[in-house]
Write a protein that binds this ligand. Sequence first.
Ligand code: HEM
Length: 449
Amino acid sequence: MKNKGLEYCGFYAFARPNLILLDPELIKAILSKDFQHFTDRGFYINEKVDPLSAQLLTLKGLQWKLRRNKISPTFTSGKVKMMFETLLNCTKELKVLMNDFAENHQVLDVKNILGRFTTDVIGSCGFGIECNSLRNPDSEFMKYGKKAFGEGTWDHLKNSVSLLSPKLFDIFKIPLNNPEVIKFYMNTVKETLRYREENNVVRKDFMHLMIQLKNNVKIENDDNLGELRSKESGNTMSLTDDQIAAEAFVFFFAGYDTSATTLSFCFYELASNVEIQENLRNEIKNVLAKYEGRLTYDAIMEMTYMDKCIRETLRKYPPVPAVVRTCTKRYKIPNANVVIEEGVTVYVPILGIHYDSEYYPNPNKFDPERFSSENKSERQYTWLPFGEGPRVCIGMRFAQMEVKVCLATLLQSYKFSVNPKTQIPIVFEPTSLLLAPKGRIWLNVEKFK
Ligand code: HEM
């Protein structure tokens, strides 16, 4: 369609019209400039039968705006920095496991191991609990996590129908999440809240910040922890326990697989491009030497080549291949005689844009220099792994820090190469909502002496 010079095109899903945006200027208009016409995603939501369904990803209009304003101070650079230590703690088990793999010459199923790492990270930083998925892949948290994503054909069908026809779910009052999953996450969060409040426990994580929101504590953009309760009340609208549980759940739902996918593809590309892996390792070593070998937030922030490698990974492998908006107020496309009616679903095909040779010549090549400082400014609205506009991914900074900490930890001590069991070239799984390879990515890991 793009080759035909089109800026947008449409299709019907049953009787519902859908629009696909192809032009960066139009994408900018719809995601950012004229956002008030496209405030929602149109996902299913029913707080009564499924309290976990009402969170940032799904909320609509004013409800979403109020919640986003409320939660945003917990994701600032200051607060992400505050959580660095908690995140770093999760790498201890990762190092132990990687050592075992290297010493026993075992082949690494990279998504499995890094998925367990990102589960531990969200468990620790989001829910405030040590879920030990790296040590124990059958941990409760992992078990219900898998259930939350859907395990069988029925779950996948249910997810697809909820996207195509959320009204049907509403009419029959169907909870989207499995009732066992709802019970597990609600209980886990409520138990943590009760324990912390009764015992005045403070911990450097999102749960602490959400308890502060519940208690009307004003959250500043610094790396201080702050009290659980405050005499001065800074906020006028606090969070309820159910809302905290729903938000912690969405941090897991939106953050675990996306981060694990980014890491897996990044390690795959580094394993396939020995020189790039070596350049990145040198950067890590040089920066850490300045910090007496200590991996700190400031050290991570200095690793600019690493930043380019991650950006290029997210370009070639955006974990969310398309973002979606529903038209909430009739909209005339600028300079065209076309009106988007209320209710129409609009898609931004991120994966397609990232492989468009007009923006990225030779798109299959993994080339971190596409994101050098000279080239970076050209990438607005053609590099969209976190979406854009007021509904851009709220966890973007946190996710980038998590990926960087994992890369710095492992590349310092281990060398990775692709095992022949991996199917090359990578083919994407067509039935998966999030980007996933067909088959697994297998890597060899070797420890430096
Ligand atoms: C590399 C990792 C990640 C990627 C690629 C990613 C990508 C995205 C994308 C594409 C969106 C939709 C944006 C839009 O519609 O314009 C989104 C939304 C969201 N993400 Fe992420 N995400 C990542 C990690 C995380 C993490 C770690 C968290 C939480 C800790 C998180 C929480 C959310 C939430 C809550 C939303 C909904 C925001 C709203 O509508 O206000 N994400 N993410």
